[in-house]
Ligand binder design. Structure first.
Ligand code: GLN
Length: 559
């Protein structure tokens, strides 16, 4: 469309967690719907090479890409909003930059020069931003999100690099968007613009003048406040965009569009584009905001206090819920509580159970108990990665009578290691980037819930694990009724298990949540929610019947 790639830089100020990732994704969607080829990238200032080795409490979910890169969870938002599959080049960290520079220095590539933050680190940052414009299918617009908050010491080289890019690429090809917070002080009954003024001043001290401000606020702001922000921050009033809290993140692009944010970006770059077609997106938001029914699905995991650890699962349920026109209310159950209080008490009244991926033994006993409960009570179940492995352990213990079945991940000296280390993981000692990562093919059994869901027998899904179902136990598990409904094409790895007599019981070794898209929900999540809806309908029928028979019975509560 244009011959020179344009760059939008998204920075954040005042506090973290303002939704820079959602803002960058929303803008990506709007520009894409205007017919532009968009590429979202994230620069993370931390020193880790990637978030793969970080604790989910520190970092939230690790989002795995097709090529196996373990990336920041914002990449998940980019993929979901712009419906594109990204690569390792879309996420860069300070760790990667220093890795490259130090390797180069050791090779002697710097020819005796002193290696410094400016110019060497900033050059490497710019190269990583610009490499997209050197591809044959180059994007019209690259949206670059800078992690962290303006004022952090570690983000300085990144801000310096993008400042230099304005000089090199030209003002008409670069645009700076700053996401800030306008707090409401209830004692004074007022919104406060001072933190935004300070944050913009900090940016300007570095040499960056924002072209647009995205102001997060809990309620609508007065026009006079917008003008005040505009005046103090030297941003035209039109460029002061309100990013008011909305019930669903999928409404954010619509709010930006109402305020012409995307039109202003195009104007800044001199791009003549048609109005975006947002009908599909509007329908999605409508379905999310006005569900016909509410279901309760329990998620039983180790990090239930920290929802960011399960970001893609939460989003996948929103997509599948919108498709089925229901709201999926997630009930977060700590696996350790199940161990203490029992599944019958904590899971009573649920319409489905999801056990997510995880590492380490803590909470596994509770997960196994939760799986027993839903298997025996015909309640829909989806087990992901560790969740699938727990389902195999549960089945081995309770259906195959292997009481001490367990995973080799937790104990080395096991009588029945029904989950074992994958052969190619033997001898691996380094933690970072060494799991079975990324997309692998899987062949489905023709007669299975998975085949029904996908509608095709060869699928490709993303993985992140070291352990697998132990092939030595396959005959026994199958004999007792476990269906191995998805295998690697060479038949050596079990990727999906099912319990065929059950209403809907599926465990997958991969992570389907990573490929769910708002207007194209993942087939397994879609069918899992559908099965939960059927379960809910049936339970309601039962409760209506029992209510008419006996007025003393409690009716089953649907929502
Ligand atoms: N800990 C298990 C393994 O490494 C499961 C991993 C996961 O759930 N992502 O195989």
């Amino acid at each position: 469309m244009t011959n020179r790639t344009k760059y939008v830089f998204v920075t954040g100020g005042v506090v973290s967690s303002l939704g820079k990732g959602i803002a960058a994704s929303s803008l990506g969607l709007l520009l894409q719907r205007r017919g532009l080829k968009v590429c979202n990238i994230k620069l993370d200032p931390y020193l880790n090479v990637d978030p793969g080795t970080m604790n989910p409490f520190q970092h939230g979910e690790v989002f795995v890409l097709d090529d196996g890169a373990e990336t920041d969870l914002d990449l998940g938002h980019y993929e979901r909003f712009t419906d594109q599959s990204l690569t390792k080049h879309n996420n860069t960290t300070t760790g990667q930059i220093y890795n490259t520079i130090i390797a180069r220095e050791r090779r002697g590539d710097y020819l005796g020069a002193t290696v410094q933050v400016i110019p060497h680190v900033t050059e490497e940052i710019k190269n990583r931003i610009k490499r997209f414009s050197q591809q044959p299918e180059k994007p019209d617009v690259v949206i670059v999100e800078i992690g962290g908050t303006v004022g952090d010491i570690e983000s300085l080289p990144f801000l310096e690099a993008i400042r230099q890019m304005e000089l090199e690429e030209g003002r008409e090809n670069t645009m700076f968007i700053h996401v800030t917070l306008i707090p409401y002080i209830s004692a004074a009954g007022e919104f406060k613009t001072k933190p935004t003024q300070h944050s913009v001043r900090e940016l300007r001290a570095i040499g960056i003048q924002p072209d647009m401000l995205l102001c997060r606020c809990a309620q609508p702001l007065d026009e006079s406040l917008r003008q005040k922000i505009s005046l103090f921050c030297s941003v035209p009033t039109d460029g002061v965009i309100l990013a008011q809290d909305v019930p669903t993140i999928y409404a954010v692009p619509l709010k930006f569009y109402e305020q012409n944010a995307d039109a202003q970006v195009c104007k800044h770059f001199g791009l003549d584009t048609p109005e975006p077609d947002l009908r599909e997106w509007e329908q999605l938001v409508e379905k999310i905001n006005y569900p016909k029914k509410r279901l309760k699905i329990a998620i039983c995991g180790k990090y239930v206090m920290l929802k960011d650890a399960y970001k893609s699962i939460i989003e996948a349920f929103i997509h599948a819920g919108a498709y089925n026109e229901v709201e999926v209310k997630l009930i977060w159950v700590s696996s350790e509580d199940i161990k203490q209080h029992g599944a019958d008490e904590l899971l009573a009244g649920i319409d489905g159970l999801l056990i997510p991926g995880g590492f380490g033994e803590r909470g596994v006993a509770g997960k196994i108990e939760a799986i027993r409960y839903v298997r025996e009570n015909n309640i829909p179940f989806l087990g992901i990665c560790l969740g699938m492995q727990c389902a195999v352990i549960e089945f081995a213990r309770n259906m195959c009578d292997l009481k001490d079945a367990h995973s080799f991940e937790f104990y080395r000296d096991l009588k029945h290691p029904v989950i074992h280390l994958m052969a190619d993981q033997e001898g691996v000692t380094e933690l970072g980037g060494t799991m079975r990562l990324g997309t692998y093919p899987c062949v489905l059994d023709e007669d299975s819930s998975s085949m029904k869901a996908y509608g095709t027998s060869e699928i490709h899904e993303r993985h992140r694990h070291r352990y697998e179902l132990n092939n030595a136990y396959r005959p026994m598990l199958e004999e007792k009724g476990l269906k191995l409904s998805g295998l690697s094409p060479d038949g050596r790895l079990v990727e999906i298990i099912e319990v065929p007599e059950h209403r809907w019981f599926v465990g997958v070794q991969f992570h389907p949540e990573l490929k769910s898209r708002p207007t194209n929900p993942h087939p397994l999540f879609r069918d899992f929610v559908k099965a939960a809806l059927e379960h809910n309908d049936e339970m309601n029928e039962v409760s209506v019947e029992t209510n008419t028979n006996s007025t003393n019975e409690h009716s089953h509560e649907a929502g």
